[in-house]
Design a protein around this ligand. Sequence first.
Ligand SMILES: Nc1ncnc2c1ncn2[C@@H]1O[C@H](COP(=O)(O)OP(=O)(O)OP(=O)(O)O)[C@@H](O)[C@H]1O
Ligand SMILES: [Mg+2]
Length: 438
Amino acid sequence: MSLALFNQLSIAICIVDHEYTIESANASFLDRLPANQSTVVGCSLLACFPVHRQFLQQNIDSVFSTQTPLLSSGSVIVDTSLEVGSDAAHKWQDIEFLPIPSACGVVTQVAICFYRPTMLAAPKQDSVTTMSDSQRLKRSSDAYQEVVSELKQLQSQLLQSEKMASIGQISAGIAHEINNPIAFISSNIRTLYDYLEKYSAYVHQLDEKIDATANKVLSADRQALKDKIQLDYLLEDASDLIEESLEGISRVMTIVKDLKEFSRADNGEWVSTDVRRGIDSTLKIIHNEIKYAIEIERNYSPQTPDIICQPMQLNQVFLNLLINAAQAIEGEGKINILVAPLDDEHLMIKIKDNGQGIPDEALTTIFEPFYTTKPVGQGTGLGLSVSRDIIAAHGGQITVKSEQGRGTTFTIVLPCSDKCAGEITSSDEEAIRGGHSA
Ligand SMILES: Nc1ncnc2c1ncn2[C@@H]1O[C@H](COP(=O)(O)OP(=O)(O)OP(=O)(O)O)[C@@H](O)[C@H]1O
Ligand SMILES: [Mg+2]
């Protein structure tokens, strides 16, 4: 830039080096300094503005270290003569710090442009560059709040997923630990049963021998001893007790098997799975949550294809939806589960209840984290938001349709192979028909 042009600019400009020494300054800059400062070249910029020393130093340092221009607002007033109101000396103005690179591209100088408060105030009042510091502060504080609240939500979702993952791991561990003692209890009871049968046979043979002697005294003594301990009843009842215990053990083994199936640690791996198995094992796990008055109807298509998924994650979705459905039913009710291919590339799962339903105005908010209508301590409001995230991670979609007083249907559409993940077409949307999507 020519020196003449540099000096004609109404913006006050000075150029400083690493040491904050002013290497050049234009006429506007010099004009606007107090009368006793007619020249500043060679002086320290910080010394010229002792009050604003820290502000200038920080901004210049920042340009040298980041090598990028910086627009900042400060109360550095170079134009003390300018009449911009009674509080001119305190007017904030925008200052630009521009990096000046040397021929080899390294920033060796910084140009500082001081804009007049009047120039900035009128025409650009709404633009970002003329934003007052309080506006800037408010904007950054709002953005900060937004980030904090997003982080809080993410943290809670993470906690919920981690909690589920650890419940999965713990139950898989417990299931494994229970298996061993159950196995030897079962084996010992079978051996005891065997011993009991042999003992019964021995008593029976002994009776025959005593009867063969035709010794009435001996027979009477034997009967007295038998009656005293109710031997016949003991032998009969012992075998019933053993049979019942074996039945109980077999039930515990089934529960352990279901628990292992439900919490199958997939280690985040994607495996090919039949979701019907996942739904069945989930139903067994929540057996006690689902009241006796609730009938479960399963409509599983025999053509249901296996899908590539994280089974434990999908089980968590089924668990959330089934528990919600059960909780929405007061008294008698029905939950209908449908699994069927939607088309060649997608699988559809519908979980329908005839519970209380969801009001229209809540349909768009139920998937938001922390939205709950359940009493404190009963619902965290994370079930549906976590479910939505899991389905999205599987490239699928979850939608809801509900009518108050009549019931609710959640529809999940999942791609059958990872190739078509995320490709839910308009015809699929048509099949989901009108539901509110998450
Ligand atoms: N099948 C349903 N019928 C009626 N309302 C439902 C149904 N499913 C969800 N809702 C509504 O959506 C809200 C949010 O459900 P979500 O599963 O996210 O949380 P929650 O069940 O309240 O708590 P959490 O699942 O964390 O225990 C519920 O509180 C309920 O008002
Ligand atoms: Mg829930």
